[in-house]
Design a protein around this ligand. Structure first.
Ligand code: NAP
Length: 294
């Protein structure tokens, strides 16, 4: 069996078109969703993420408030800016680009964000609400994974899912979402990590594999059941002299071999990646709708 490739760019484009319509509708009611983007320092990767997020906002009509601060910004000044955004009615979402410079306590800054504007879904209030199944902003990458599954008609109810990775930003939240008693969950989930004994035996049972380990070839074809659905969250650089920049991006899955066994598989790039920013836009629009309903 050769897998159908899940086109993350297409799913993201469809969702962004839906969101653009929603934003236009909100504007007729005098509401413009607003996202404050805060970048401290000039790390090139962070800069390009922030630019991509602002461009995506612009494309669907979200107002983005660009805050680029020097590397030596004090924690106090950053906290004051977060507080200003918390109190600004034009701002529905606050995104502090991570990592922050070493002299700033990241946890302190994330905790300072009003949970009602925490469109990254990292605030413990939102994480807690997600775990107990209450209405919450869901973290963007794991929510993007769920949307890719749902929009490709992958049945979740009763599915055996194996998640490889237990980070706070991908593995744990995606596992949590999938066990919720809800149409977006109802799966039976196993979470593997570096202390898991015989990971291959777990992965072999999976109807759906979600790889978020951060290492190429963590999931190989011998671990994959025929017909499994494979979602590759990993983004890894591997040296490639044929590329001008000297490297190429690969996921955590041995894509070429695994696609011969899977029924559906995401590529890297072009799979989960485009969904992450889309879900940030989704949360920002949702936040504006919630603020309007208050
Ligand atoms: P992370 O914080 O480094 O966590 C990696 C997790 O994988 C850890 O729980 C680790 O286990 C586990 N792990 C590592 N090697 C393993 C192995 N050989 N077998 C089993 N488990 C293993 O990484 P992350 O932030 O979750 O990100 C994971 C990957 O997703 C990275 O490649 C990252 O770049 C990518 N990512 C992509 C997006 C996107 O938008 N596409 C967003 C976020 C992350 P321990 O806990 O035991 O150490």
């Amino acid at each position: 069996m050769t897998a159908k490739i899940i086109d993350g760019k297409q799913v993201a484009a469809d969702m962004r078109a839906e969101l653009k319509d929603k934003v236009a509708e909100l504007k007729t009611q005098g509401v413009v969703p607003g996202l404050a983007v805060i970048l401290v320092g000039d790390d090139p990767a962070s800069k390009s993420y922030v630019t991509a997020k602002e461009k995506a906002c612009e494309e669907i009509g979200i107002y983005s408030d660009d805050n680029r601060l020097p590397d030596d910004t004090s924690e106090e000044d950053l906290l004051a800016l977060v507080e200003k955004c918390n109190n600004d009615p034009k701002i529905n979402g606050i995104l502090v680009q991570l990592p922050l410079p070493k002299h700033i306590d990241e946890d302190k800054v994330l905790l300072a964000i009003d949970p009602a504007k925490d469109v990254d879904g990292f605030h413990p209030v939102n994480v807690g609400k997600m775990v107990v199944g209450q209405d919450a902003f869901l973290p963007c990458t794991p929510h993007g994974v769920i949307q890719l599954l749902l929009r490709n008609d992958v049945p979740l109810e009763g599915a055996e899912v194996v998640v490889v990775g237990r980070s706070n930003i991908v593995g744990k939240p995606v596992a949590n979402m999938l066990i919720q008693k809800a149409a977006t969950g109802n799966a039976t989930v196993t979470v593997c990590h570096t202390r898991t004994k015989n990971m291959a035996e777990h992965v072999k049972r999976a109807d759906i594999i979600i790889a978020a380990a951060g290492w190429p070839n963590t999931v190989t074809a011998d671990m994959v059941k025929d017909g499994a659905v494979v979602i590759d969250v990993g983004v890894n650089r591997v040296e490639d002299a044929t590329k001008k920049r000297g490297y190429r991006l690969v996921g955590d899955v041995d894509f070429e071999a695994v696609k011969e066994k899977a029924s559906l598989i995401t590529p890297v790039p072009g799979g989960v990646g485009p969904m992450t920013i889309t879900m940030l836009l989704y949360n920002t629009v949702l936040s504006a709708e919630k603020a309007m309903a208050k």
